[in-house]
Design a protein around this ligand. Structure first.
Ligand SMILES: [Zn+2]
Length: 230
């Protein structure tokens, strides 16, 4: 992989082993503005990698260091997500500056990069997440246009369940218990449901717990026999 070193001073030491990959969009008007900010000591933000729209990958922080991309967040009980994760910024103006589809070459590069990282760190595909999954009250990135199915197809992220969907008829409280069991911080119930929809049912993000949401979450939680979860 052709990776250009573009070091950022914004990092410190990890206190947890790497077990999560967090995908972001840059959410700035230009790629250069995002790169400048991620290297600005005053901004106190960074990521391990940035993937440009043409697929060029920049390395900004070494993987054995703790980059500063997650902010206040939680996933599967881990609160210092920065310590436990590798952060990848994907160039896109985001919801604030003209959210648009990600580029083909860009997603190809993300797939190669995530494949390489998950193999080296033995990261499970349920722990390849978006920023909004770990910080539902604050974040929307990488957003509903991110093609998770491209990662899922090569087993780098969880696929959206489509087969044998059954509505478990949970109450809203039951759904939230199950959502927390899956990994989300459900302190803010509406934000958690919206984040779940953005990731697993992007065509309707309304915060309403309907039968389709319940059936998708049930399918994600059901244990699957080895080799039969494609
Ligand atoms: Zn982010």
């Amino acid at each position: 992989m052709n990776i250009i070193d573009t070091p950022s001073p914004n990092f410190d030491a990890r206190s947890l082993p790497v077990s999560i990959i967090v995908l972001h969009y840059t959410g700035m008007q230009t790629a250069q503005a995002a790169i400048d900010r991620l290297r600005d000591p005053e901004a106190k933000v960074s990521a391990h990698y940035l993937v440009a729209e043409d697929g060029q990958i920049l390395r900004m922080v070494a993987e054995d260091q703790r980059a500063w991309h997650a902010g206040k967040s939680r996933w599967r009980g881990i609160e210092d997500v920065n310590s436990a994760s590798i952060g990848i910024e994907i160039v896109n103006p985001g919801h604030e500056f003209g959210y648009r589809p990600f580029m083909e070459e860009q997603i190809d590069a993300v797939v190669r990069l995530v494949a390489d990282i998950t193999e080296r760190h033995r990261i499970t595909r349920g722990n390849v997440v978006g920023h909004s999954d770990i910080a539902p009250t604050r974040k929307q990135d990488p957003g509903e246009l991110f093609p998770w199915s491209r990662l899922a197809k090569v087993r780098l992220a969880l696929p959206r369940p489509t087969k044998g969907l059954m509505d478990p008829m949970w109450t809203d409280a039951g759904f939230l218990v199950a959502l927390e069991r899956f990994g989300y911080d459900v302190t803010d119930k509406l934000a958690a449901v919206v984040a779940f929809q953005r990731r697993f049912r992007p065509e309707l993000i309304d915060g309403v717990i309907d039968g389709e949401c319940r059936s998708i979450l049930l399918a994600l939680l059901l244990p699957k026999p080895t080799g039969d979860d494609g």
